[in-house]
Design a protein around this ligand. Structure first.
Ligand code: DER
Length: 225
């Protein structure tokens, strides 16, 4: 099966966990879009949920499928979140943020009673660090945070659009993609990034994911934390 078919299979399997009446966090990215399409099909069959989005892009995509999302600001907690990953290790620790939505994704993932990651098998990693760690920064703090990231062993690159302008998040902030040779101590790195003023969010999701639905050539498997 191709990567897109795997993303779809993993998403359809995860969406089976959605129950009537749930407040459901909709993730961001191409795999999450398959989950949103699967949810849309179940809503067409009568499923009733309260959807909230992790990005403007996801809210727009859900609306295009006839799923108006609720304002997340009115929910202190939600029941289930479904989202993709850039890479994920055997302990269900992940790097997210290739889509630049990790600030709201992390809030929604943390607010969720149960958070499901969905992925094709290419996202599996023995150790985090093949992919860069996306870091949302206040533009005011760009050089300050770049220097701090280098002190932590990373090489930061300002994310740019196709037009070479700085990529801007839903919060009108910038993103540094920080390349680390390897990440032996993800907890210590996450703590150091959390402690750095000017960093609004980063893509190390070390505790949020409760289960992973991953699709390979031999079907979909579920791994619990
Ligand atoms: O930006 C994100 O966090 C996305 O969820 C990303 O990690 C996965 O995107 P993909 O499903 O398009 O690979």
């Amino acid at each position: 099966a191709g990567t897109d078919e795997m993303k779809c299979a993993a998403s359809v399997a995860a969406v089976e966990e959605v129950r009537d009446g749930m407040i459901v966090g909709l993730g961001t990215g191409s795999t999450a879009r398959h989950a949103i399409e699967a949810i849309a099909r179940r809503i067409a069959e009568g499923l009733r949920i309260e959807p909230v989005a992790t990005s403007h892009a996801t809210a727009d995509f859900a609306a295009s499928l006839g799923i108006p999302v609720r304002d997340f600001a009115s929910f202190a907690a939600i029941d289930l979140a479904i989202d993709g990953v850039d890479e994920i290790d055997p302990a269900l620790r992940a790097i997210k943020g290739a889509g630049g939505a990790m600030l709201r994704e992390k809030i929604v993932a943390t607010a969720a009673t149960r958070m499901l990651a969905v992925a094709d098998s290419s996202k599996l990693a023995e150790q985090l660090g093949n992919r860069p760690v996306p870091i949302e920064i206040l533009p005011f703090a760009q050089a300050f945070v770049e220097h701090r990231v280098r002190d932590l062993g990373g090489e930061p690159a300002l994310r740019r659009t196709m037009a070479e302008t700085p990529f801007v998040t839903d919060q009108a902030n910038f993103v540094l993609d920080a390349h680390f040779a390897s990440i032996e101590a993800p907890g210590a790195l996450a703590a150091a990034l959390d402690a750095c003023p000017g960093i609004l969010a980063h893509g190390l999701f070390l505790t949020e994911i409760d289960a992973l639905y991953v699709a390979g050539h031999d079907g979909v498997s579920r791994r619990e934390r």
